[in-house]
Design a protein around this ligand. Structure first.
Ligand SMILES: [Zn+2]
Length: 234
């Protein structure tokens, strides 16, 4: 229970810093929402969940075998999806992850391509980065999906070894190779024989999904599908 002073303070600070929509940083959302109505309508959604072959799966084609794949939004510079991801990753707004996970979950409930999933596995951050941020944005996305789809979320199934900030001076090829080597399966017993839904924030080159999925697929009897919040043009 909040005490009266806290309530007064919140009311007071809302006068000067009202809660703004976390996709446009401009309009006020309806009570209890984090996005304004305009953004809910205008966020650039894809139809990937209905397409066996799409921009997402084509990007991974020939690199790793995915059962199905998709991104909820198209990511463009200064667009709504970019602002939403920025708020999620750098502004401490982890509720964005949960909310978009739920949004995607409702679409996937009746999508034939995404039935028979057993467990949701988020792409991990390096532990130092997660400690700095206070959370893993992909896990937050996974939480929203898990809630709506009633599928368990397994947060420590993968482990990330290399701290990617130290990679900025390396060439593109070196970075890709490092990403491939960065992940390890940590809980193979719990993944054995399962259809895993791998989740991440943004699909760019696809190296992260490729690396994680190929490590998971080495565990006996596994299948992998993958989802991200957004897909960037490369
Ligand atoms: Zn908005």
């Amino acid at each position: 229970m909040k005490n009266q002073i806290q309530q007064l303070w919140e009311g007071f600070s809302n006068l000067f810093y009202p809660n703004l929509c976390l996709a446009c940083n401009y309009n006020a959302p309806s009570a209890g929402e984090i996005f304004c109505l305009n953004c809910i309508i205008k966020l650039p959604k894809t139809k990937h969940h209905l397409e066996k072959e799409n921009e997402f799966t084509r990007r991974l084609w020939g690199r790793v075998e995915l059962n199905a794949g998709g991104a909820l939004f198209l990511y463009s510079k200064k667009g709504r999806a970019q602002r939403l991801i920025y708020n999620l990753k750098y502004k401490g707004k982890k509720e964005v992850g949960v909310e978009v996970g739920k949004m995607y979950g409702f679409k996937l409930r009746n999508a034939p391509l995404f039935q028979n999933l057993d467990v949701i596995v988020p792409v991990p951050l390096h532990w130092k980065k997660e400690r700095m941020r206070g959370y893993n944005q992909s896990t937050e996305f996974g939480k929203g999906l898990a809630e709506v789809l009633s599928i368990p979320l397994l947060v420590n199934a993968l482990k990330r070894n290399i701290h990617s900030d130290s990679q900025t001076r390396k060439s593109r090829e070196e970075r890709m190779k490092n990403v491939l080597e960065a992940f390890e399966v940590d809980r193979s017993k719990e993944l054995k024989g399962k259809h895993i839904l791998l989740v991440d924030d943004v699909l760019t080159t696809g190296a992260t999904i490729e690396a994680c999925a190929s490590k998971i697929l080495k565990v006996e009897g596994t299948k992998v599908s993958a989802l991200t919040i957004a897909i960037a043009q490369v």
